[in-house]
Design a binder for this molecule. Structure first.
Ligand SMILES: [Fe+2]
Length: 287
């Protein structure tokens, strides 16, 4: 039986020599200083209006863009899961791109993510690469490992007789449907949206979402001083706000196109929920 790497190299035979070369020099480069591999843990206070007292101080970890495949080994995914468990979050949000392109990596990454420990659960949405590799298969495997997959739907997360709304949608370039995800979601409670691509932000502002959690950009992945980012995006990473809606864009964990990151370490983001007055002049309401 072929190894997972051999299977992925064979997926597109015409690209095989290019991929083999990238893999070789990528492994060599990744061992050099300045090419970070270990995730950086970033902490962020997220102020939400109408946050029930029971949710104040809640710790939520976000993992994005694992891209298990040719450039990201299963061991790297497992180490990241161990790191998240060490942080002891109450909830884990997974914002897509679990694999890069091959279906052979789906079951292993789902099994590794099944080791996540969070009392309020782990929730996932699909990224653009997941749709290409097989969204239905990924959904089935993640669900088998007790991960709640939100495909254009929402759930109410209950904690000490209070609740917050957590909506998730498919990637916007595939079958994403924000209206379907929000249909029937009560008002008057905090509303969090998981969407792989941050380009949903303006639509989310229009729908009165409190907090959008995204990935997709890899934070640029390769930042060369003097040349800016290799990948240019409007929301490339970090926390931003427009009116009452905030968005966090994770740099993610994995690598695509190039087998390395440079000047842009992988990231595990941890959100600490705090109550806010909702007043835009309130310093706690701004980011
Ligand atoms: Fe990605």
């Amino acid at each position: 039986m072929k190894s997972a790497i051999a299977a992925e190299l064979d997926t597109h035979w015409a690209w095989r020599p290019v991929r083999r070369t990238r893999l070789r020099w990528g492994r060599w480069l990744a061992a050099r200083p300045g090419f970070p591999r270990l995730p950086e843990i970033t902490n962020h206070n997220i102020y939400l209006k109408s946050l029930p007292r029971a949710f104040a101080g809640l710790r939520i970890a976000q993992l994005s863009d694992l891209h298990h495949g040719l450039y990201v080994s299963l061991r790297e995914v497992e180490q990241t899961v161990e790191l998240v468990n060490y942080l002891r979050p109450e909830m884990v949000l997974l914002t897509g791109d679990f694999v890069t392109q091959s279906w052979v990596h789906i079951e292993p990454v789902a099994q590794a993510l099944g080791q996540l420990r969070a009392p309020l659960g782990a929730f996932a949405v699909m990224g653009n690469h997941d749709h290409r590799a097989g969204a239905e298969t990924i959904e089935r495997h993640l669900s088998r490992h007790r991960i709640h997959v939100l495909r254009n739907r929402h759930v109410l997360v209950r904690h000490n007789q209070t609740m917050l709304g957590l909506a998730g949608m498919d990637d916007i370039r595939y079958t994403g449907n924000l209206r379907a995800a929000l249909r029937g979601l009560p008002t008057g409670i905090p509303r969090i949206l998981l969407c792989h691509n941050p380009r949903i932000f303006l639509d989310a502002v229009g729908q009165g979402i409190d907090f959008v959690v995204s990935g997709h950009t890899h934070g640029g992945q390769v930042k060369v001083p003097g040349f800016g980012r290799v990948y240019r995006r409007s929301f490339h990473s970090g926390l931003q706000r427009l009116r009452q809606t905030q968005i966090y864009v994770s740099r993610g964990i994995g690598r695509v196109v190039l087998p390395v990151r440079f000047g842009c370490p992988p990231e595990v983001a941890v959100f600490h929920l705090k109550p806010s007055s909702g007043d835009e002049n309130d310093p706690h309401a701004s980011c």
